[in-house]
Ligand binder design. Structure first.
Ligand code: HEC
Ligand code: HEC
Ligand code: HEC
Length: 280
């Protein structure tokens, strides 16, 4: 990420004196080139970019360890592999030609073949620096854009209707607030109706988890036994007309169900849409 911080300053003139107040702090970020997308799902069957990166890290480690041990066979084998993998970076994403040091990849390869360990380690440091520079600018953003959950096309089937995720979330919030208001104003029947509605709505969320998760565990974590228990306590407190308890269990439900799910899905999904509204 390029950290050129621009401080947007506003000059505020007060009677008889001038005061400067920093109002907005701006940060410029570099967006990864579009051609990176072809190396990620769904454009690709596999997360090819990420696997190339894992391979590079492994090859870097092998070269470093063998060169330090002055192991000619290992250094040659992994030095050649590393140079080959490194060259694929600008082949995969041509816009990143300037981000790589092909000169040092060549020097490393030659030195590895010749058994010049000192030169290998010198070239290794140069390549390592190029890894870090690109990562500073692009790593976090690429992971957010290409590997975080995208809910923009997710839908929920509820009461015979198909509803967009964000619209359904508004319904969920209304139900929770209706329950809260009815509790505060001592309308236990209205509270009970809202609780039934909340349970139905949470149930409607369940099938959608399988769109992205193959196993049952994520669903269990947020909508499983723990949540069912909180909802049971909530129900009992409403039936026993204990508004204070109801408020407490409602708070617990909001953390265990809503906040926990939002932490992993909503924040990333929102961030992604904020960064790339048109493209993603
Ligand atoms: C031109 C840009 C660029 C260069 C050069 C580059 N990378 Fe990366 N690398 C990336 C991007 C972008 C990601 C984020 C990918 C993601 O998370 O989906 C990444 C992620 C990684 C990761 C994954 C980290 C993790 O645990 O999630 C590893 C490992 C990695 N790079 C190793 C390397 C090594 C080693 C080099 C140098 C030999 C290197 N990379 C050079 C762009 C680059
Ligand atoms: C649009 C895709 C998508 C949908 C739909 C989705 N998730 Fe996720 N979820 C992800 C991604 C991506 C991650 C982070 C990586 C991972 O763990 O697979 C994640 C992570 C999680 C995690 C934390 C990691 C873990 O595996 O425990 C939980 C818990 C979770 N999801 C629960 C749910 C529940 C419950 C639902 C349904 C109500 C759901 N998810 C629906 C994409 C989705
Ligand atoms: C699958 C996990 C999940 C659960 C459980 C969940 N949410 Fe959400 N929520 C999301 C996601 C994802 C978004 C972002 C949707 C989007 O922008 O497309 C969201 C967005 C929202 C929004 C903003 C809607 C908008 O118009 O952008 C509200 C409000 C909300 N949720 C309330 C709740 C409440 C209240 C609960 C608990 C009763 C809850 N959510 C439970 C995943 C979840």
């Amino acid at each position: 990420m390029i950290r050129s911080l621009l401080f947007g300053c506003t000059l505020i003139l007060l009677l008889g004196s001038g005061t400067t107040q920093a109002e907005v702090e701006k940060i410029t970020i570099k967006i990864p080139p579009v051609s990176l997308a072809q190396w990620y799902k769904p454009a690709n069957k596999r997360q090819v970019w990420l696997h190339t990166m894992f391979r590079l890290r492994r090859e870097m480690q092998a070269v470093n360890e063998y060169a330090r041990q002055k192991d000619a066979i290992g250094t040659k084998k992994w030095g050649q592999r590393l140079a080959k993998s490194y060259r694929t970076i600008p082949e995969m994403v041509p816009e990143w030609k300037k981000e790589v040091r092909l000169d040092w990849a060549g020097i490393l390869e030659t030195a590895a073949v010749e058994g010049d360990f000192k030169q290998v380690l010198h070239a290794y440091d140069k390549l390592d620096a190029s890894c870090n520079l690109c990562h500073q600018d692009f790593q976090a953003l690429a992971a957010t854009l290409y590997r975080s959950p995208d809910f923009s096309t997710e839908q929920v089937a509820f009461n015979g209707e198909t509803i967009h995720y964000d619209k359904f979330m508004e319904l969920l919030t209304q139900t929770v607030n209706r329950l809260k208001i009815a509790t505060e104003d001592q309308h236990p029947q209205a509270a009970e109706r809202s609780l039934t509605q909340l349970k139905n709505q949470l149930q409607a969320l369940e099938p959608g988890c399988a769109n992205c998760h193959r196993d049952e565990r994520p669903k269990e974590r947020i909508l499983g036994a723990n949540t069912q228990e909180i909802l049971r306590h909530l129900e009992e407190s409403i039936q026993n007309n204990q508004p204070k308890q109801t408020g407490r269990f409602l708070g617990e439900a909001a953390v265990a169900i809503c906040a926990r799910c939002h932490g992993v899905h909503r924040t990333l999904s929102d961030l992604k849409q904020f960064l790339m509204p048109a493209q993603f």
